[in-house]
Ligand binder design. Structure first.
Ligand SMILES: [Zn+2]
Length: 567
């Protein structure tokens, strides 16, 4: 049987002049309504109420009716208040329920309402899960509400937790990105952000700037004019930063990944934000610091906490692999070790997205272990440049002045050898290693590099499931094994030994050999493996052999057949 929502009161501006409780009911009891109507003032209230709803202590402040009552007419006022809120839907039986809830909570309206809301939200979510078409017929109350909304507003109907985000989006315009972000007001009369008196975020990036908060000319993200004339707030994201005003001589410094500062008019501010980089002076120093950090109590305590979630943690490489590590870092970053985070990288492998989310929550609370969360990159929900899918957090270990990285992904997405579910994980992994540090020296190399980058993205789309199973299947059906089509050896490799190729330092040549070898050796059985093989073969055919040339014996046979037909 379908449950009715407990309340169908429409939220109107005049409600905000009534008591806090009335507000509370309107907003939370019928969260479908609250997103549609508000001005600046109501929005503030909605925010306040939602935050109170999440906080048991502050809920009492809203009602202000928690005084001890006499035994006679126990909780009469509270009952009256609650019933007034819910007149439309509380029948006699419901009245008993309210009374029961009040008694259970010693007359604390806050707690009673909260419990009722919990029940209500549960019943609402049940309704929302159902087919919206049938819902309309069976829910006359909601129909009435919906009639008063435009189509767009209907789309905005979301459960209460999402609305809070929606409000933020409405309240603030512009995207915050790593580096310095300034929040202020646009004064362009033609700008919608300005008309609605909305705060806009301006991203400056990694830079050093000086400004007088009420005399600025920053670019408005909405109207694109230099009309953000005042700054009221600063947000530093994923950076080592400092902020200083001419009133206080000492700058405030931090490397916490997310720091807000409010700005006072009448002062001059100096801001600086740098990308998170290692502080080590050379590679040896970096390795020593990282190894100390990995064995520190701080990291070990965090690990103990993480292990409770039954995940797989792959610890960074040990000293015995130092030579390999040095070689790799040298190859990737030249002599600049400041960008090297591989030394102290933990890979966390989770079973499912929910587990990954819990893990990130634990890591983000690393402050309790005297670690500083300095960078937070979510490439799990949005795509990274290579489409490799992970959520990474850089933790600063103050004791050793070094950053370690926690990179979390799903077990089924990793290409880490010994941990991967993917057939032949080395294929995409080595392919990536060959091309990532490659600096092409001519146009044909540049072309191959670009094609390789695209191919890597296609690999990761398959491995990390950015494309769905249906699409993976579609690619995999084109698979034909080497044993059937006989791949031809690229002419570039003729008369060259493996040693000569490796010693050549010619990445396009090394890559050609790698791709050819892989196509000859790799015999995939599973869906993802087959799809990856197809992508690699198509890359080989188009960019290594050349589209006009045969790439396999099967191609040669086809060409001969066509010629015969022509003759
Ligand atoms: Zn504007």
């Amino acid at each position: 049987m379908k449950k009715k929502p407990l309340c169908n009161v429409l939220l109107r501006n005049n409600y905000f002049e009534s008591s806090g409780w009335c507000l509370f009911a309107d907003v939370v009891f019928d969260h479908k309504v609250k997103a549609t109507i508000y001005n600046d003032e109501t929005q503030l209230n909605v925010n306040r109420i939602l935050s109170c709803h999440n906080n048991k202590d502050s809920i009492k402040l809203l009602g202000g009716m928690q005084d001890q009552k006499l035994e006679q007419g126990r909780y009469a006022t509270e009952m009256k208040a609650l019933l007034k809120l819910c007149t439309d839907i509380i029948d006699k039986k419901g009245e008993e329920e309210v009374k029961k809830k009040l008694e259970e909570n010693n007359g604390n309206i806050g707690l009673a309402v909260e419990k009722m809301i919990a029940t209500l939200l549960n019943s609402n979510s049940e309704i929302q899960d159902e087919d919206p078409k049938t819902k309309k017929i069976e829910e006359p109350i909601e129909d009435k509400i919906n009639e008063q909304k435009t189509e767009d507003e209907k789309i905005e109907e979301k459960p209460s937790d999402k609305i809070e985000k929606k409000e933020e989006e409405i309240e603030e315009i512009g995207e915050t990105k790593p580096g310095i972000n300034l929040q202020g007001y646009c004064v362009n009369k033609d700008c919608l952000a300005s008309k609605a008196k909305l705060l806009v975020w301006v991203n400056i990036g990694f830079d050093a700037i000086t400004f007088i908060p009420d005399k600025t000319f920053y670019n408005c993200p909405n109207c694109k004019q230099s009309t953000v004339a005042s700054v009221v707030k600063v947000l530093f994201l994923d950076s080592e930063h400092s902020i200083c005003d001419n009133d206080t001589s000492l700058p405030t410094k931090s490397n916490h990944y997310q720091c807000y500062y409010s700005i006072k008019f009448g002062l001059t501010y100096q801001l600086q934000a740098r990308k998170i980089l290692q502080h080590a002076i050379n590679l040896e120093d970096l390795i020593t610091r990282s190894e100390n950090a990995i064995l520190s109590t701080e990291i070990i305590n965090l690990m103990i906490e993480l292990q409770k979630h039954l995940i797989t943690v792959v610890k960074p490489l040990k000293v015995k692999d130092r030579a390999k590590l040095l070689e790799q870092i040298h190859f990737d970053y030249g002599n600049d070790c400041k960008q090297a985070f591989d030394v102290g990288r933990f890979t966390i492998l989770c079973d499912n997205p929910t587990q990954l989310q819990s893990i990130m929550t634990v890591i983000k609370k690393a402050e309790q272990f005297n670690l500083i969360v300095s960078e937070d990159e979510d490439f799990f929900t949005r795509q990274s440049k290579t489409h490799y899918r992970f959520h990474s957090v850089k933790l600063y270990v103050p004791k050793y002045d070094v950053y370690v990285e926690m990179q979390a992904t799903l077990k089924k997405f990793t290409t880490l050898e010994g941990y991967s579910d993917i057939e032949n994980p080395k294929l995409s992994h080595l392919f990536y290693e060959y091309i990532r540090g490659w600096k092409p020296s001519n146009t044909s190399e540049e072309e191959l590099k670009q094609a390789s980058d695209v191919t890597l993205i296609k690999f990761n789309d398959i491995i990390c499931e950015w494309i769905d199973e249906k699409e993976i299947k579609k690619i995999a059906t084109r698979f034909k094994p080497h044993s059937e089509i006989r791949i031809l050896k690229p002419p570039q490799l003729k008369n060259k030994t493996e040693e000569q190729i490796n010693a050549s330092n010619d990445i396009s040549l090394i890559l050609t050999k790698f791709v050819y070898d892989q196509l000859c050796k790799f015999n995939p059985i599973h869906l993802k493996g087959k799809a990856i093989y197809v992508i690699l073969f198509e890359y080989f055919k188009k960019y290594i052999m050349g589209e006009m040339n045969p790439a396999s014996c099967a191609d040669v046979v086809l060409i001969l057949k066509n010629q015969k037909n022509k003759n």
